[in-house]
Design a protein around this ligand. Structure first.
Ligand SMILES: Nc1ncnc2c1ncn2[C@@H]1O[C@H](COP(=O)(O)OP(=O)(O)OP(=O)(O)O)[C@@H](O)[C@H]1O
Ligand SMILES: C[C@@](O)(CCOP(=O)(O)O)CC(=O)O
Length: 530
């Protein structure tokens, strides 16, 4: 087994050297066309099998759930989610074209039996972290169980990576006419703001390579800022694999629904529960108002590798089960902030335990149904008003004076609505006994809201001690005033849940609005890491 891994490592080093040479980069970018087989009659044209391009890259954004935390778990309610300009990138490189180890494009479709059994492998790396390498063997399961990967190297498993591979490779091998996947190398790169910059740099040049930072810690020791790294990772990874193997990159927009279904299924399986999926929704479609899918859609899917899994997954991804159609709703897709408004996130570097918070809030809601429903309805009504207010002058192009007056009115109304949402969230905090807006965050939000140019802010999503989100007037002076406040900021109050804020840091991340993107034209950005 070690020989195989060594061979792959050798093959990959060769590939990396080739890509690092400018001339070959030109070849990767320009000279390897996407050629299609004859279309297979049962496949939609956008999913025709193709010879895999040598390198495929897809990115997906992080998210911030401005309003609708907890409510969005219930299909009666919605959440307003903003995509961020912090993205996770998945770069897929073909190491071997097929199981014979040949790098030539495939000739006529092969059957499993006909193939000389050189094991296929996938190596996944997250090179910004220490020892973040996962090496997998690829296996086909009996009785239509699909494709399953098995980790070969020592070290912690990565359920999000492993499940994405199981789901994407099962789907790909079911729809592609060639069952050969070849061997793949996958590199994951995360924009810097996904993690709190807790450790001190030896020097800046050692820590930044190109646009991405070397975090200098193990992945499990990194402090996440709560931007939805796992949803962006799963979305980018399954999309890059599907695109690499089965479609022309220009067709990405046409298959977003299917990629969404696949990413939702994989993400739920990896996290071991069916959440609302707003984070995957935003990773695929970008900023929007989101209504969740019915959990029953994923209930009958079963585990990867079990008999019939590939067919069930295919039916789920392609939305073929008429008894359980996908019913996710995306409204205001690509929604932007009003002109003159910006969104910033301020990291308090404390972190919170979303699953146990969700469990407790839902338990309280069950016990005090009437009171909770009233609170849910009030929040929903208020959140909707805020959403409509933010949309009110989107794209308006009046004379500057009228526009300024409108912007001022929108800001004023948004401020009132944000304050009301906070009051309701504080009631939820008290009643449920869950730190949705704990006292140290109230203190911080009150302090920032008093800064000239800040419209208002909330603890987004599940609340707790993750980064807070602020809507501000889009002026550099506002950022400067906030940074000045943060220079010496420390919480003074005693927290009701034991939290303490020692340091607040404004993240570089801003509102992004776009969902998944084909990054084929930006491969050069990844070179320092491949
Ligand atoms: N850069 C990365 N490389 C590889 N795996 C990653 C990376 N970033 C995140 N992951 C995977 O995602 C997991 C973190 O997922 P989790 O759901 O706990 O965080 P999150 O999605 O950032 O949470 P939140 O919804 O609060 O923002 C990690 O344990 C790891 O398995
Ligand atoms: C509490 C919840 O509604 C939002 C969680 O948001 P976040 O992961 O804290 O951004 C859970 C969910 O929607 O899955």
């Amino acid at each position: 087994m070690h020989d195989v891994v060594d061979n792959l490592a050798h093959e990959e080093a060769r590939r990396r050297d080739a890509i690092l040479c400018d001339e070959t980069l030109y070849q990767v970018d320009q000279l390897e066309p996407y050629t299609t087989h004859e279309p297979s009659s049962s496949l939609p044209s956008e999913l025709m099998p193709v010879h895999p391009n040598a390198t495929t890259a897809v990115s997906a954004p992080g998210k911030v759930l401005l309003t609708g935390g907890y409510l969005v778990l219930d299909r009666h309610y919605t959440g307003t989610v903003f995509a961020l300009d912090a993205r996770i990138h998945a770069v897929v490189q073909q190491l071997q074209r097929d199981r014979k180890g040949s790098n030539q494009p495939e000739t006529p479709p092969t059957t499993d039996d006909a193939v000389d059994n050189q094991p296929e492998s996938v190596i996944v790396r997250s090179p910004q972290f220490i020892d973040a390498v996962w090496e997998y063997g690829v296996q086909r399961c009996e009785q239509g169980g699909g494709v399953k990967v098995t980790q070969r190297n020592e070290g912690p498993r990565n359920p999000f990576v492993e499940t994405s591979l199981n789901y994407a490779l099962t789907y790909i091998s079911y729809i592609a006419d060639s069952k050969d996947l070849g061997s793949l190398s996958v590199t994951i790169l995360a924009d810097n703001d996904y993690y709190s910059d807790a450790n001190k740099p030896a020097s800046n040049s050692q820590r930044n390579r190109g646009a991405f930072r070397d975090f200098g810690v193990k992945l499990q020791d990194a402090h996440k800022t709560g931007l939805g790294s796992s949803a962006a990772l799963v979305t980018a990874l399954v999309s890059a694999l599907v695109m690499h193997r089965t479609m022309h990159p220009d067709d990405l927009p046409a298959v977003r629904d299917k990629l969404h279904n696949l990413a939702q299924a994989a993400h739920c399986a990896a996290q071991g529960k069916v959440g609302s999926g707003f984070d995957v929704g935003a990773a695929v479609f970008g900023s929007c108002s989101y209504r969740r899918f019915s959990p029953s859609i994923l209930e009958g899917l079963g585990d990867a590798g079990t008999p019939g899994f590939e067919e069930r997954l295919f039916s789920t991804v392609e939305d073929l089960d008429s008894a359980h159609p996908w019913d996710t709703e995306f409204m205001d897709v690509g929604m932007k902030l009003p002109p003159g408004m910006q969104m910033v996130l301020c990291d308090v570097d404390c972190g919170s335990q979303t699953p146990s918070m969700v469990r407790k809030v839902l338990e309280w809601r069950k016990q005090d149904k009437e009171e909770a429903d009233q609170l849910w309805d009030s929040l929903q009504a208020n959140n909707e008003k805020l959403r409509l207010e933010l949309r009110r002058n989107a794209g308006s192009r009046a004379d500057p004076e009228t526009e300024a007056a409108l912007a001022a009115e929108v800001s004023k109304n948004a401020r009132i609505l944000i304050q009301r949402a906070r009051n309701l969230l504080k009631t939820m905090t008290e009643k449920s006994g869950v730190p949705i807006e704990p006292r140290v965050q109230t203190e911080l939000l009150d302090a920032v809201s008093a800064v000239d140019g800040v419209i208002g802010g909330v603890v987004p999503g599940a609340g707790g001690y993750d980064a807070v989100v602020l809507l501000i007037r889009d002026e550099i002076e506002v950022i400067q005033r906030l940074n000045q406040l943060f220079e010496t900021y420390q919480s003074q109050v005693e927290d009701d849940f034991g939290g303490k804020i020692d340091r607040v840091r404004m993240l570089g991340v801003r509102h992004g609005s776009d969902g998944i993107k084909n990054e084929h034209n930006n491969l050069g950005n990844y070179l320092p890491w491949l």
